[in-house]
Ligand binder design. Structure first.
Ligand SMILES: Nc1ncnc2c1ncn2[C@@H]1O[C@H](COP(=O)(O)OP(=O)(O)O)[C@@H](O)[C@H]1O
Ligand SMILES: [Mg+2]
Length: 376
């Protein structure tokens, strides 16, 4: 029997828990040609959610282009990646791909080759840097040309925060005018580094300022996890008590990646036709912390003393305690609130903590447990 819990990659279909309301909102957004930026911590399920919705939209006849900007590092690679994703989203044989590529992106020297699995893949090239501006204009006009053919079109930019790594802010400026002009095309901008994404859309000096609606994505409720997890155990001939699901969700805060990861380990500990033993959760956490221990130790040692103190404070802080209150500073041994502020800023830059409900969370839920255990 295969482990029914998956962590790391994209999950859809039976491996996808709930998010019914979110799916409906996004589905409507696609139909309406809305522009949304969807942001959350890493691994909360943005990519999975959007891919799940794209599948439905495609079934209803939409053209959906999912563009992962993670591998891009310049305007030129942005252009070729967009061209490739749009061409591939229209599918077909090698010949069809090449003809689509030539029709829409002829200036980008399209060519088609077969990948390792024998599937046709199209590639593009920007021949001269001086052409960036007209090429960008060309490429970003394709969605509207497609939507004129009476199709609903959705363009997804995943890992959108990558664009701040490019040399200039040309792309931002272009996207602003596109967003304003392309009334019928839906654009979804997904980003993990919340502070960068917010800076892009909420800083009044940036081109994309308030150009799109907001869609913050949070964890999944315990009440959704309970039936999902029980069902997966039962279908695979094992069993887990609801009280253990409550305890594990309390530990992960319902964060999808960490919840699936703990469940994956727990499932391995279970015996067929038996309920998990009472100490199974503790055991699973120990297994996980042992696996990460080396990486966490290295990470911990790379931090300044105040950053370590701040994290230590957060790892045990009761939720009602404010992060810069004198009570908090005293509990973790930081001398002034300005030092605490500096530590917090640095930890945000390193992506180790994130702002949430006026406070902070340690992004990696297992790192939080590791720190709390370390100072028990
Ligand atoms: N709706 C969901 N149901 C169950 N697990 C989920 C769901 N969304 C995400 N996950 C879990 O979280 C992990 C990360 O999801 P992903 O979509 O890659 O997040 P993000 O794009 O926000 O980084 C997945 O591998 C899966 O384990
Ligand atoms: Mg993602």
């Amino acid at each position: 029997m295969k482990n029914p819990f998956h962590y790391g990659g994209v999950v859809t279909g039976n491996d996808f828990c709930n998010r019914t309301e979110e799916q409906q909102v996004l589905f409507r957004a696609i139909q309406n040609g809305e522009k949304l930026f969807i942001y959350s911590e890493r691994r909360i399920g943005k990519t999975s959610l959007v891919k799940q919705v794209l599948q439905q939209a495609e079934k209803k006849g939409s053209t959906a282009s999912y563009i992962d900007l993670w591998p891009t590092d310049s305007e030129a690679s942005f252009i070729t990646t967009v061209a490739k994703s749009i061409t591939m989203s229209m599918g077909g044989t090698a010949q069809k791909l090449l003809s689509t590529a030539k029709q829409f992106f002829g200036k980008l020297a399209p060519s088609v080759s077969l990948n390792d699995e024998g599937k046709p893949v199209v590639t593009f090239r920007v021949q001269a840097e001086s052409q960036i501006t007209p090429l960008l204009e060309d490429v970003l006009s394709v969605p509207v040309r497609l939507s004129k053919k009476n199709r609903s079109v959705v363009i997804v930019f995943d890992e959108f925060q990558r664009i701040v790594e490019y040399d200039s802010d040309t792309i931002e400026g272009y996207l602003r005018s596109i967003i304003q002009q392309q009334k019928d095309v839906c654009y979804l901008f997904l980003g993990s580094r919340k502070h960068i994404i917010k800076r892009l859309f909420l800083d009044s000096s940036r081109p994309l300022y308030r150009s799109s609606g907001h869609f913050p994505l949070g964890p999944i409720d315990m009440k959704e996890w309970v039936p999902f997890i029980r069902h997966k155990f039962e279908l695979s001939g094992k069993s887990i008590e609801p009280s253990m699901i409550h305890d594990l969700c309390n530990l992960t805060g319902g964060h999808p990646f960490y919840t699936q990861h703990i469940c994956h380990v727990l499932w391995e500990l279970g015996e067929p036709n038996q309920s998990l033993k009472a100490n199974a959760l503790e055991k699973a956490i120990n297994i996980l912390l042992n696996r990460e221990s080396y990486a966490y130790t290295m990470l911990w040692e790379s931090l300044t003393s105040n950053q370590q103190r701040f994290l230590r404070g957060l790892s045990v802080k009761p939720s009602e305690m404010r992060p810069f209150s004198s009570e908090f500073l005293k509990s973790c041994g930081i001398k002034s609130s300005s030092s605490a502020q500096r530590a917090a800023e640095a930890l945000i830059e390193k992506d180790l903590i994130d702002r949430e409900n006026g406070g902070f969370v340690i992004v990696d839920r297992f790192f939080k447990i590791w720190i709390a255990e370390k100072f028990k």
